[in-house]
Design a protein around this ligand. Structure first.
Ligand SMILES: Nc1ncnc2c1ncn2[C@@H]1O[C@H](COP(=O)(O)OP(=O)(O)OP(=O)(O)O)[C@@H](O)[C@H]1O
Length: 309
């Protein structure tokens, strides 16, 4: 295992735990996402894994050896763990290129140049290479901070909302690069995000965090198609919830049929409006019970008043 998190708990105030009884493992080459609402302790969890703050309970192991307790360290942390969060921790008076190459002293000179160029290219920082890192934008600093973390070639990479400032094009490029490096170097990656669709796109496994205690574990397919609750499922895209005879029926906007099907449940609907989303229309209806229902289709479903789910 790259990472073993064993029953950890943390509180800022000694009164209320931010999270408790958190356990999970990470295999070489695996990308795991942690998804949950704001304030549930995702960022705090990453700091605990990185050994930057002192755990109240439990322990964290990197490749079998325990991450030293923060209270015993002059400079807390673990050399094989890199954390990228919103504190970019760049060397302000070094250039963008120097910030990256300064992380690469473990490599021979030629490889150092080559890897620096590769990272400047992937993170689209070439044009800024000679600017001081204090003189670039917040989004550029975030990209640089990720490039520096990858330059360290850590065994375990912890990313806190890494796609927050990226446009669609960079999101895809950097997501693919991180996946490729994880595979190539057999590095473990923990990705924290409040956007479940990022988790679906880039991870092998997804943990849903809520109330700092409850964790559900899903594959991306399960998280989308078989969520245990509406609360968890709604992190991963629009989800319909219909109450039928005291039971809750959950289905995605694509999981329906317009033609009668005896194996499915008939639901009567009233069309409200359709919203154009580019590749499809999102058609909004109201069920007999007053619930909102959204159905995706390649056209506006104005005359539709019954579907089979
Ligand atoms: N330094 C601190 N001192 C006291 N409480 C803190 C501190 N940092 C965070 N908290 C509290 O701990 C809880 C968890 O915060 P954390 O930032 O880990 O959540 P999060 O899930 O990452 O949230 P978000 O998605 O909004 O970034 C929150 O209630 C927050 O207010």
């Amino acid at each position: 295992m790259i990472l073993e998190v064993e029953n950890i708990a943390y509180s800022y105030t000694n009164k209320n735990f931010v999270f408790k009884s958190v356990s999970f493992n990470l295999s070489p080459g695996e990308v795991i996402s942690i998804v949950g609402p704001s304030g549930t302790g995702k960022s705090t969890l990453l700091k605990c894994i990185a050994g930057l703050i002192q755990l109240d309970e439990g322990k964290v192991l990197i490749e079998g050896s325990q991450v030293p307790e923060a209270k015993n360290m002059l400079i807390p942390g673990h050399p094989e763990v890199a954390l990228v969060n919103q504190l970019f921790e760049l060397d302000d008076y070094f250039t963008v290129r120097e910030n990256i190459s300064n992380q690469l002293h473990h490599l021979p000179l030629a490889e150092r140049f080559e890897f620096t160029d590769e990272l400047l290219d992937i993170f689209e920082l070439e044009d800024l290479a000679h600017k001081k890192s204090k003189d670039i934008s917040g989004g550029e600093q975030q990209r640089l901070s990720m490039a520096c973390a990858l330059a360290k070639e850590p065994r375990c990479l912890l990313l806190d909302e890494p796609f927050a400032h990226l446009d669609v094009h960079l999101n895809k490029k950097i997501g693919e690069y991180i996946r490729r490096l994880a595979n190539l170097r057999q590095m473990g990656v923990v990705l924290v995000t409040h956007d479940g669709t990022e988790a679906l796109a880039w991870s092998d496994r997804i943990l849903v965090m809520s109330n700092g205690e409850v964790f559900s574990e899903y594959t991306p397919f399960q998280a989308y198609h078989e969520p245990k609750t509406f609360f968890e499922g709604s992190f991963f895209g629009e989800l319909n919830k219909i109450n039928l005879d005291g039971k809750q029926l959950l289905f995605r906007p694509t999981e329906y049929s317009l033609t009668p099907d005896h194996n499915k449940i008939e639901i009567q609907l009233e069309w409200k409006y359709s919203s154009f989303r580019g590749p499809y229309y999102a058609n909004y209806f109201e069920s007999k019970g007053g619930e909102e229902v959204v159905l995706y289709a390649n056209k506006e479903l104005i005359p539709t008043n019954v579907v089979y789910v």
